[in-house]
Design a protein around this ligand. Structure first.
Ligand SMILES: Cc1cc2nc3c(=O)[nH]c(=O)nc-3n(C[C@H](O)[C@H](O)[C@H](O)COP(=O)(O)OP(=O)(O)OC[C@H]3O[C@@H](n4cnc5c(N)ncnc54)[C@H](O)[C@@H]3O)c2cc1C
Length: 465
């Protein structure tokens, strides 16, 4: 059986490994000069250090990513982040994020750390959720914002939930499909009669320990490990090979492991499928984010003054970044790596730009120049840490832009993706090449969703006739 995999991100690589391990003849076609897509290495300080350019962790709520890492012999390399919480920067106050919660929804609306951030009145409004009648029903498919505003009030939606939605999904909670963001939370709310109790139930079901983990040395070790396994199995890996047509492929089966618009454009040349071109109501499918990584000599940061990093509320004055990760405070391996390579007192931070409200050209984001982003980052890092970090402290900097790597998260997107996959399944029953899709646009964003979906799709390909 010969199979072509188009797209060498994690989805394509995981599927290719599953297929090749089962004896299929596999070729991978990747547009860029490296594999891994959004999971990729970022060399800095003249190659003396390597950090992650994109994804830096995986969610531990499901066992699927650890299982893959075990299969790759990387179990011993899995590391948790530093246990301290991230912080939240609100317009008038900064403090650690409430300890217990789901997407910023507090499990205990009147906990001390919630009151500290949003004030007693807003916390009392949030607590109404525990007793208010449930007006939502199983037939509704609301956004995260609509549910939080209704059950807990605007303050929780805007101050606690919006910074997380913006940081994780690059979107506003009022545009974020609740079922996409937190599968199971809506059903739990209906059965418990409260959003806070639903969040508590979801937390209780999650494995104990940290919600995320990574690999010692960085997440980019995952595609590197997959690449070496694929080479060992004789899989042909074609880099610098952007595919714009499927017509010259010899393969009987083709896996499109790329973003939705690219997958649907490729499929459309061969079969009749609905197009997945971004639409305005997709909540900015072409939006993208820009990440600025700074390597600093700043011993003041040794004490981790803002925990593992900060999420920034959209109306926090004079701060352009929507989030900041203090990489060397979050990951012990990164701290050691910088100390060994550059000396004590060195730190790495990563600032993200591209709030949904900034796409009107007012704020900084994907389309800003490197100069604009670097200038903003230098100011933001001082403001967020409340420490004066002078330009001479910046040892190195890098700007990385990500565009289609973050799929839309509105409800319409889920339905379109389901109908696209359905159309491919119907087409496979007929004659001609058989097509499948995998990847974040289809499975949902994040490695915990992409990896099991890619493995399952590969098994479907192997068992199809
Ligand atoms: C900045 C950032 C941070 C993230 N952080 C996290 C995190 O901490 N934890 C987490 O779980 N997830 C994170 N994610 C999400 C996660 O990285 C993605 O969901 C996942 O890596 C997507 O994998 P993929 O293979 O579906 O897509 P991609 O990684 O986008 O791979 C698709 C590949 O297809 C290639 N391609 C596109 N068009 C063509 C073509 N025509 N021909 C050939 N090749 C083509 C691309 O070059 C790319 O390599 C992050 C994403 C980004 C962008």
């Amino acid at each position: 059986m010969s199979i072509a995999v188009i797209g060498g991100g994690v989805a394509g690589l995981v599927a290719a490994w599953e297929l090749a391990s089962a004896g299929a003849e596999v070729e991978v076609f990747e547009a860029e000069d490296h594999l891994g897509g959004a999971v990729c290495a970022l060399p800095m300080a003249s190659g003396r250090i390597t950090l992650d350019a994109g994804a830096e962790a995986f969610a531990t709520r499901s066992p699927e990513v650890p299982r893959l890492l075990e299969d790759l012999g990387l179990s011993a390399e899995i590391v948790p982040p530093h246990p301290g919480p991230a912080w939240l920067q609100l317009p008038d106050i900064a403090g650690p994020l409430p300890a217990a919660g789901v997407l910023g929804i507090p499990v205990d609306p009147q906990a001390e750390d919630v009151i500290r951030l949003i004030g007693p009145e807003a916390a009392a409004r949030a607590a109404e959720d525990l007793t208010a009648m449930m007006t939502w029903g199983a037939e509704d498919s609301p956004t995260l914002g609509a549910v939080v505003r209704d059950r807990m009030g605007d303050d929780v939606a805007e101050k606690l939930v919006a910074p997380i939605a913006s940081g994780v999904y690059s979107t506003d909670p009022d545009d974020l499909d609740l079922a996409t963001a937190a599968p199971g939370l809506y059903a739990a709310m209906l059965s418990h009669g409260s959003l806070a109790r639903a969040a508590a139930a979801i937390r209780a079901e999650s494995p104990s320990g940290s919600a995320v983990a990574s690999l010692r040395g960085g997440m980019h070790r995952l595609p590197a490990a997959l690449e070496s396994r694929l080479r060992a199995l004789g899989v042909r890996l074609h880099l610098n090979t952007p595919m714009d047509s499927l017509t010259d492929l010899d393969a009987q089966k083709v896996l499109l492991a790329l973003d939705g618009p690219a997958a649907s454009a490729l499929a459309a040349g061969t079969v009749q499928v609905p197009q997945l071109t971004p639409r305005p109501e997709d909540d900015g499918a072409e939006r993208g984010v820009a990440l600025v990584t700074l390597v600093l000599h700043a011993p003041e940061l040794d004490a981790r003054p803002r925990g593992t990093g900060m999420l920034v509320a959209r109306d926090a004055p004079h701060i352009g970044a929507k989030a900041m990760t203090h990489i060397t405070a979050k990951w012990e391996w990164a701290s050691r790596h910088l100390h060994t390579a550059l000396g004590e007192g060195h730190h790495a931070v990563r600032l993200s730009y591209g709030r949904i409200s900034d796409t009107d050209g007012q704020g900084l984001g994907f389309s800003s120049t490197d100069e604009q982003l670097l200038q903003a980052a230098a100011g933001d890092v001082s403001a967020l840490f409340s420490v004066d970090i002078s330009p001479e402290c910046i040892v190195d900097s890098a700007v990385v832009r990500w565009q289609r790597a973050l799929p839309p998260s509105a409800a319409g997107h889920r339905r379109r993706v389901q109908s696209f996959r359905g159309a491919l399944a119907a087409q496979r029953a007929g004659s001609g090449p058989q097509l499948w899709t995998a990847g974040a646009w289809f499975a949902g964003t994040g490695l915990a969703r992409v990896i099991p979906d890619a493995r399952e799709t590969a098994r479907e390909i192997l068992t199809s006739t």
